[in-house]
Design a binder for this molecule. Structure first.
Ligand code: FDA
Length: 310
């Protein structure tokens, strides 16, 4: 319910204009987003790298509607790859295919991705394709399985969401093709016909997929802040004697920094996902939907600020 409301809000440009001017909303956004420029993302990466934590930089943007916008996004991601290489930051990039034109034309999206991946290959930097709402899952996996992964191999990976009922089969196929997978719960509002709804079911699905990826996957990324799932992954790795360097934990910038540090101190590979860019509103809405405490605080502050302006 909360998720659906935030998904609806994330499509409202007028609300974004309002939120962008609001001081409290900006402050909350700055907890989850490094800043609006690539330099801010590089700066946010440095203290993490110092602790031995790697990063994945995400130029924010999604559901792009014109070819020119996709080209700007493509160039922005290439700029991020160049910045990683020139600054020596230990990191890679994450991309949403709807930012590269998946909504407009599959071949345009493929062309943009080939440009990005060619540069990534020159620089030897991995590229992760984020998973978006269910409207994009089939087309994302098709482009990945039939075009990008066969052409670029281990340079590119994808994401699986444990709340989707189809993910069991997708994981079987991705393990068979040797693809690199990030496993997360899933951040969008999806109907019960295609997605598990209860926390317990989403968690059980995560555990099933996690164990399969840890057993047979190619350097799986365990993306969650859920202590129960993290403990399960640690126990499983130890019980099955899986070398720690065969997997990594991933968390979001600004979320559970204590746990990020603790995992690194236990010698696990840890990567933090760092979003940056001007288009931070839909990302902020998804983070708020996961954390109701932030919502009431933000709404109350926005109302207070608007009333005091009158
Ligand atoms: P859960 O939501 O149960 O949170 C567990 C605990 O973490 C909470 O109790 C709280 O302490 C803390 N926490 C979680 N979210 C918080 C927040 N916003 N603010 C403050 N505390 C918070 N999704 C997707 O659909 N496609 C994708 O490509 C990705 N990619 C991705 C990359 C990485 C590195 C991560 C960590 C996550 C994603 N996600 C994603 C998001 C993911 O699907 C999911 O929505 C969030 O990670 C929240 O789920 P948790 O597993 O953390 O559990």
């Amino acid at each position: 319910m909360l998720r659906a409301a935030f998904q609806w809000l994330s499509d409202r440009k007028s609300v974004f204009r309002f939120v962008k001017r609001n001081r409290v909303a900006n402050k909350i956004a700055s907890r989850f987003v490094a800043g609006e420029t690539i330099d801010s993302a590089i700066e946010a990466s440095r203290p993490l790298n110092t602790k031995g934590i790697t990063v994945s930089l995400d130029l924010l943007g999604e559901s792009v509607k014109t070819t020119a916008e996709t080209e700007r996004a493509r160039d922005g991601v290439i700029e991020a790859l160049d910045a990683i290489a020139s600054t020596g930051v230990a990191g890679n990039v994450s991309i949403k295919l709807s930012q590269m034109g998946l909504d407009i034309d599959q071949s345009l999206c493929s062309e943009n991705m080939h440009s990005v991946l060619n540069r990534a290959r020159d620089l030897d930097i991995f590229v992760r394709i984020d998973m978006e709402s269910s409207a994009y899952v089939e087309s994302t996996l098709r482009l990945f399985n039939e075009d990008l992964h066969p052409t670029f191999g281990d340079l590119v990976g994808v994401v699986i969401q444990s709340y989707l009922r189809r993910s069991e089969e997708d994981v079987t196929n991705l393990i068979a093709s040797g693809a690199r997978v990030r496993l997360c719960k899933g951040a969008y509002a999806e109907p019960a016909a295609i997605a598990f709804e209860s926390k317990a079911d989403i968690r059980s699905s995560y555990v099933r997929l996690l164990e399969r990826l840890l057993d047979k996957g190619n350097y799986p990324a365990v993306a969650t802040h859920d202590p129960r799932l993290i403990n399960h992954a640690i126990d499983y790795v130890r019980r099955q004697q899986i070398p720690v360097e065969r997997m990594e934990f991933q968390m979001l910038y600004g979320v559970r920094r204590d746990l990020q540090d603790w995992l690194r101190q236990q010698d696990f590979n840890v990567r933090v996902y760092i979003p940056f860019g001007t288009n931070w509103y839909p990302y902020l809405m998804r983070r708020l939907a996961e954390r109701p405490a932030n919502v009431s605080f933000m709404v109350a502050s926005i109302v207070r600020e608007s009333l005091s302006r009158r």
